[in-house]
Design a binder for this molecule. Structure first.
Ligand code: NAD
Length: 472
């Protein structure tokens, strides 16, 4: 039986991913008596509250970049190493230590805020009751609350004809735990996850093949960015095949045989390992008892209104469970805080128009606001300023010349409508862009803002100067 100290709470939060965790902490800060339920286990089947995905990716990306730089970039700095040894298990240990440290910090925060954190599978029974099921013993208990917040997140989509064994064929999450660098690695799906994993294992030495069903690369992005990214990744040696829909992957004696179809027919390739990174779906299977009547759409997303309210009174859904905004951790965190405030009588609506997106590749890709193609489609009069990163002196000093900054502003009002960056540290540079859009800044505001020299952020400033000169 899950250890529970009470049966009545003000708030029960189901799920301790970024959205659920932020929500539980904020509820407790607001004086609400809060329980947080989670049945997550780590790669070693240990109970954990931590959603390891993005932190694990960051930890391994950092290791992979260091290894790659040592081999390919340090010599030009006059730093030479005779023998470079790659110890993947030490690298994984570092990642696991980081995850353990962050997991402990979460538990400290739960304890500090008097949040009951319960390890169990939760099922919504009705608007005020949640059933807890112990994973090991299957014993059940019931807890009650005035408000229930569903934040059970999402899981990787699997493909028919491809059996994930996490030994040869991995899902995107388990692909962070490989204990060796595969010689030839195929990644199915050139989405955010596939590209980040390609960056990790490619930089550690795998020969990468990415098979992407869509003809258009990163179709959500501003097209100028996706074209540039495609060229840069190809130049880096990624074998990126578009319009290539994978239909099967089978493990043989020595290799995995993948079959995919494109316009020219059916093809077969042999690789050593495969990662399936074909997207995510909401974790709503068995989240609610049928008699609870929680309304889902045909894809399993929880129906919510603009205030994250489900069709059941007092029941909210946040993060990847809903179609309100993109499936991004920071969007989920904002919703968690919003809902906690909302039930405490504070209404600070989220501005879904200004949610930044980042792809942690090298160079990084980050954007906020609208793309050129979406604005042209609505006939909006726009002016664009583009500044190439190779003109930025800091980028030259650190030998990271790839990419550009693109700013789009309204031609008449000068209001900034979108900022799109591909380049080193784009994930950090985008913060200024988000602030500009959040404050409804004009391009003139950005052009008049002094940027420190020499910094990469000058490229953002310079793009605004280019735009201003065009506008004049
Ligand atoms: P995605 O939907 O972005 O990409 C999956 C890709 O797989 C799509 O392009 C799709 O066309 C392709 N695909 C599907 N079936 C295929 C097949 N049979 N053969 C070949 N290609 C196929 O999903 P993702 O990259 O897995 O990411 C999942 C979610 O997690 C996304 O919402 C993403 O935004 C989020 N995420 C965000 C970050 C970040 O913020 N940096 C990192 C990882 C994941």
């Amino acid at each position: 039986m899950p250890t529970i100290s009470k049966v009545h709470y003000d708030v029960i939060v189901v799920g301790t991913g970024p959205a659920g965790f932020a929500c539980a902490v904020r509820c407790a800060e607001l004086g609400l008596n809060t329980a947080c339920i989670n049945n997550r286990q780590d790669a070693n089947n240990k109970d954990t509250h931590l959603n390891t995905g993005s932190i694990g990716t960051m930890a391994l990306l950092d290791s992979a970049k260091k290894y790659h730089s040592l081999i390919h970039e340090y010599a030009q700095h006059g730093i030479l190493a005779n023998e470079i040894i790659l110890d993947v298990s030490a690298m994984q240990q570092r990642k696991d230590n980081i995850l353990a440290e962050i997991g402990n910090k979460m538990i400290d925060l739960f304890n500090k805020n008097d949040i009951d954190h319960i390890h169990a599978k939760a099922k919504l029974l009705n608007p005020q009751q949640v059933e807890l099921i112990d994973d090991n013993t299957s014993l059940k208990s019931i807890i009650n609350a005035k408000y229930i917040i569903l934040a059970s997140g999402s899981e990787s989509i699997t493909l028919p004809n491809i059996k994930i064994d996490n030994e040869y064929i991995f899902d995107a999450k388990m692909a962070l735990n490989l204990d060796q660098v595969p010689k030839k690695l195929a990644i199915i799906g050139a989405g955010v996850m596939g590209l980040e994993l390609a960056n990790i294992w490619g930089r550690l030495g795998s020969d990468i093949l990415i098979l992407e069903a869509q003809e258009n690369f990163l179709s959500l992005l501003d097209q100028e960015l996706s074209c540039a990214a495609f060229g840069i990744f190809q130049k880096q040696g990624l074998d990126l095949r578009l319009g290539a829909r994978v239909i099967s992957a089978k493990k043989g004696n020595k290799h995995i045989t993948i079959q995919y179809q494109d316009q020219e027919g059916t093809h077969t390739v042999k690789v050593d390992k495969v990662i399936v990174a074909c997207g995510s779906r909401p974790n709503t299977a068995n989240l609610a008892a049928p008699e609870a009547n929680l309304l889902l759409d045909q894809d399993g997303y929880v129906y919510v209104d603009d205030n994250c309210r489900t069709n059941l009174p007092g029941v909210y859904a946040i993060g990847d469970l809903t179609l309100l905004g993109p499936m991004l951790a920071h969007k989920g965190i904002e919703e968690g805080i919003f809902v906690a405030d909302f039930i405490a009588g504070i209404n600070n609506p989220i501005n879904y128009e200004v949610v930044p997106s980042v792809i942690y590749t090298e160079p990084e890709i980050a954007w906020v606001g609208q793309t050129e193609q979406s604005l042209r489609a609505t006939g909006e009069p726009i002016t664009i300023g583009i500044y190439p990163i190779h003109e930025n002196i800091r980028a030259l000093a650190i030998s990271k010349p790839d990419g550009f900054v693109k700013i789009i502003a309204h031609s008449y009002t000068d209001k900034i409508l979108g900022i799109h960056i591909i380049g080193s540290n784009a994930s950090e540079l985008i913060a200024e862009a988000v602030l500009a859009l959040e404050f409804s800044a004009s391009n003139e505001d950005l052009a008049r803002t002094i940027h420190a020299r020499p910094t990469l952020s000058e490229a953002v400033h310079d793009a605004s100067l280019v735009l201003r000169s065009k506008a004049v």
